[in-house]
Write a protein that binds this ligand. Structure first.
Ligand code: KIV
Ligand code: ZN
Length: 515
């Protein structure tokens, strides 16, 4: 029996990116988009073009450069919103406009201050406008799960008549329950006139920890598109986690007998790692599928069982998601070719100076450290490469500290391509380095959190520093890795300041939050 395809609609770069601490610049978004392409997702929601210049440019770049997946841009129902999305998508191989408006009485009364009739007119107008220029139009009824079901039927019928090809039923506030959501999907499929001409899609938030369960219940009820993010990142408690949905469908074909996804599951772990290292938001250790401990058997009785036969305690293999973590991958004799291939497997495709820089750093590390792990390579690549086009770059860091010396740091940065140096005193070496950097970058930001981790075990481990800084109510996370944690700290702090710079240059023209 041939199976239906459940389309995987990835919104890591839109709903995921708009959550606190997860923002990405253009280079970072393009890198993630290329990994999504390798992963085989069906749709990449690349951003919300009218929200800012930065969002527009990212959607445009992804539309022009990424092939093999549909590229989608989000728009409210306003004429200007839809026009901006269409403009950003120009150049895409397979463009999709995704337009939305809220349909619950709560949102109509308190947020939109519109009548039901007015909302229907908006739906009709926006979908027709999008459809006049693009064959693939998705319509979302925001807060669908708290909307009146009869009204929702009317809304979706309007969208279909206007030409929508996908109807999305978002659980915007993470309120619904699996059984209830499945019943809603069935109800819509049965009652919406023309339902067979559109794909029903689900988009769940995880406020009650049910996003994946709700999405899967909806698939069993006939939904054929799941909107999700890598590592489940997203507004508040996050969105549906892609890896959990995909691996559930794959691991339980007896339950999900009618469907399959097109995901290349061996790209799941590289994608998860790439995202975590790019945004600097680590995955919780016990996170299903991609967490550090997801395949670690600690209890003796489990270890014994797994050694005798993995099936005793393993329902899927780590290899099936592309996980061979902590495996020795390269050493100091490895050449450029092996290095490039390994990076590509981890989701990094580097060229020119960025590649040479990463290779130099790899050789330095291999000289200092016996074993080089995947995690070390990811840190080198994301640290040295994703940041190659940033305004501030760390060149040199020297500190004097200890029990007899007043901690002193001299830092050299490249600022807009020009080399600058500053020296500062501090209460410790990191404090001195940060003061020198603050002086050079003239940042007004405040340091909120500073955290050091060893990326891989051993005395020679690469140190990874994560800092959270804020300015004018915006909070960002910066990451840095280096065998010397003072240098890693400098890189992390400069990374965070660069992110704030990026936001300042984004010129927000509309507020995407609250979606
Ligand atoms: O959560 C939500 O309702 C959304 C829509 C824009 C699909 O993100
Ligand atoms: Zn959402």
């Amino acid at each position: 029996m041939s199976k239906d395809r459940v389309l995987v609609f990835d919104t890591t770069l839109r709903d995921g990116e708009q959550s606190p601490g997860c923002s990405m610049n253009l280079t970072e978004k393009l890198t993630i988009a290329r990994q999504l392409e390798r992963l085989g997702v069906d749709v990449i929601e690349a951003g919300f073009p009218i929200a800012s210049e930065g969002d527009f440019e990212s959607v445009q770049a992804i539309a022009q450069q990424v092939r093999g997946a549909r590229i989608c841009g989000l728009a409210r129902t306003g004429e200007e919103d839809v026009a901006r999305a269409l403009e950003a998508l120009d150049g895409a191989e397979m463009p999709r406009v995704h337009t939305f408006i809220a349909t619950s009485d709560i949102h109509l009364e308190h947020k939109l201050r519109m009548t039901r009739e007015q909302v229907l007119e908006e739906v009709d107008r926006a979908v027709r406008q999008a459809r006049a220029h693009c064959d693939d139009v998705e319509f979302s009824a925001e807060d669908a799960t708290r909307s009146d079901w009869d009204y929702l039927v009317q809304v979706f019928e309007t969208a279909i008549r206007a030409g929508a090809t996908t109807l999305n039923v978002p659980d915007t506030v993470g309120y619904t329950q699996p059984e209830e959501y499945a019943t809603l999907i069935r109800h819509l499929r049965e009652h919406v006139d023309g339902a067979d001409r559109a794909v029903f899609s689900v988009h769940c938030h995880n406020d009650l920890g049910l996003a994946v369960a709700n999405s899967l219940a909806a698939v069993l009820a006939g939904a054929r598109q799941v909107e999700c993010t890598l590592n489940g990142i997203g507004e508040r408690a996050g969105n549906t986690s892609m890896e959990e949905v995909v691996m559930t469908i794959q691991t339980r074909p007896d339950v999900y007998s009618e469907v399959e996804t097109g995901i290349v599951t061996t790209e799941i772990y590289p994608a998860s790692r790439l995202l975590a290292s790019t945004i600097g938001v680590p995955v919780q250790p016990n996170k299903a599928i991609v967490g550090e401990n997801a395949f670690a058997h600690e209890a003796g009785i489990h270890q014994d069982g797994v050694l005798k036969a993995p099936i005793t305690y393993e329902i899927m293999t780590p290899q099936s998601i592309g996980r061979s973590s902590n495996e020795l991958v390269l050493g100091k004799h490895s050449g450029r070719h092996a290095f490039r291939e390994r990076l590509a497997e981890l989701g990094f495709e580097l060229e020119g100076e960025a590649f040479q820089d990463a290779f130099r750093r790899f050789k330095d590390l291999a000289d200092a450290k016996k074993t080089i792990y995947n995690e070390d390579l990811e840190a080198i690549a994301s640290d040295a490469v994703l940041r190659s086009d940033e305004r501030f770059q760390v060149e040199q860091v020297t500190v004097l500290s200890g029990t007899f010396a007043k901690p002193t740091a001299t830092v050299e940065l490249t600022v807009d391509g020009e080399s600058r140096r500053a020296t500062a005193l501090g209460i410790g070496p990191v404090d001195a380095v940060f003061k020198a950097i603050a002086d050079l970058t003239e940042t007004k930001s405040e340091l909120e959190r500073f955290q050091v981790n060893a990326i891989t075990g051993g005395m020679d481990a690469l140190g990874e520093v994560s800092v959270t800084v804020s300015e004018d109510g915006r909070r960002v996370i910066g990451n840095g890795a280096h065998p010397d944690i003072i240098v890693a700290s400098a890189r992390a702090y400069v990374h965070a300041i660069n992110k704030l710079e990026w936001h300042k240059r984004r010129h927000e023209v509309a507020e995407p939050r609250g979606i």
